[in-house]
Ligand binder design. Structure first.
Ligand code: FAD
Length: 372
């Protein structure tokens, strides 16, 4: 069995970002990726774009919001603010090449077992053994349609590769967050009628945190959507989706029925891909892993870390790249400390990571709301 000190699972922004930091140390590591680098982004529906804007602000100590490694900027690489999924995947490949990141593609991690102080990783290509495991498998390959009876009569928004191939004129979208609004506006602009069903008024909350309300980019789209005569918004919780000979019918908790000839589109988000490590996770009330606040290790486990959009600490939601990248340095620092890396070298690295927004250890700062 081959021993590698650090195994990172997943070659998305989390995996490639952390690997880029490790590539500047002499710790041996490998990224195992079941498909290819940036595969979640490659699979986005063609009409979807990054919500967070990119800007090459790096030289002034504010790394491009969508960058995952120092000296890189998606805005600079593609000359635009809102990259498509394909473009962002290409950006990740550029980061991989720049930092000579070690990635083994088409390698799926199937199970993870503890053996003494090591982790045994079973992949489709054989077994590996490592001391540290960083779980960066993302959420995209685990679309959520939870709590909706009859979900089999729906299609998840992420499964619509080409919205231009959708047949019909009248669509129901369940969920009024980023993907639902983006898909809704695209359909309206292409001459369709759209009904969005959401449990509360879309964008009802008063907060500046885009993890809780629509980002400014999508809010602009939502304003356009609301002006269209072809747009209907229904506030209600979906209980059931039924299918009759000619229609799909969405039943709300208060028994209202909304019908359409097309399959309802579930824009109901994603949840952490966790099967191989499920047995090692202690869950919070919201179904996400409890993490050690200092290191992002899974609670009651040693040397197994979570990176990516499912990271939560208290009320802090790290679901955007510019948020979760701030924990990359915290994870790598913990590994370097445990490997008894030279203290002065760690201090120098942390300084670089902090400057680039890749290291945040004091979470008290994240409570601040914008006042205007
Ligand atoms: C339409 C859309 C727009 C978005 N826009 C933005 C935005 O503007 N800004 C932003 O910050 N976020 C955005 N997001 C969210 C963002 O895409 C995710 O937060 C990000 O992809 C998470 O990165 P990750 O590396 O954790 O996961 P991923 O990018 O999903 O990468 C995980 C990788 O792990 C691999 N993998 C999974 N399981 C295994 C396994 N068992 N073995 C080996 N490999 C495995 C997958 O193949 C995948 O390549 C958007 C999401 C969508 C769907």
């Amino acid at each position: 069995m081959t021993f590698i000190n650090v195994i990172i699972v997943g070659a998305g922004p989390a995996g490639i970002g952390i690997a880029s930091l490790l590539s500047k140390t002499d710790i041996d590591y490998i990224v195992l990726e079941k498909k290819e680098v940036g595969s979640s982004f490659i699979s986005w529906p063609e009409n979807m774009e990054m919500i967070t804007p990119s800007f090459p602000s790096n030289a002034f100590g504010q790394m491009d919001l969508n960058a995952v490694a120092p000296l890189t900027s998606p805005a600079f690489a593609f000359g635009k603010e809102h990259l498509t999924g394909i473009e962002y995947a290409k950006y990740l490949s550029k980061v991989e090449a720049l930092n000579e990141v070690e990635v083994e593609t088409h390698t799926e991690v199937q199970s993870v077992e503890k053996q003494g102080n090591s982790w045994i990783i079973q992949t489709n290509k054989g077994k590996l053994i490592c001391r540290y495991l960083i779980w960066a498998a993302g959420e995209f390959s685990n679309p959520q349609m939870k709590g909706i009876a009859g979900a089999e009569y729906c299609i998840h928004s992420s499964a619509i590769e080409r919205p231009s191939n959708l047949e019909g004129d009248d669509f129901i979208i369940i969920g009024g967050y980023e993907s639902g609004v983006q898909m809704g506006l695209w359909l309206i602009e292409n001459g369709k009628k759209v009904t969005i069903i959401n449990p509360t008024k879309v964008n009802d909350l008063q907060t500046s945190d885009p993890s809780k309300v629509l980002s400014p980019y999508t809010l602009e789209k939502y304003k356009k959507l609301k002006q269209s005569a072809n747009y209907t918004e229904i506030i209600g919780a979906v209980e059931n989706v039924l299918k009759s000979e000619n229609n799909y019918c969405v039943q709300l908790e208060d028994n209202r029925l909304i019908k359409s000839k097309q399959k309802p589109i579930c824009a109901t988000g994603f949840s952490l891909v966790k099967k191989p490590i499920e047995q090692l996770i202690t869950l919070r009330d919201d179904g996400l892993p409890i993490l050690n606040e200092e290191t992002d290790e899974l609670l009651n486990q040693r040397n197994i870390y979570l990176a990516g959009p499912s990271v939560r600490h208290g009320n802090h939601i790290f679901c955007f790249i510019y948020k979760f990248r701030q924990r990359f340095g915290v994870i790598v620092e913990d590994i370097l400390n445990k490997e008894l890396y030279n203290v002065n070298d760690i201090v120098s690295l942390v300084k670089i990571w902090k400057y680039n927004g890749l290291y945040l250890s004091d979470l008290s700062c994240c409570d601040e709301e914008c006042l205007c």
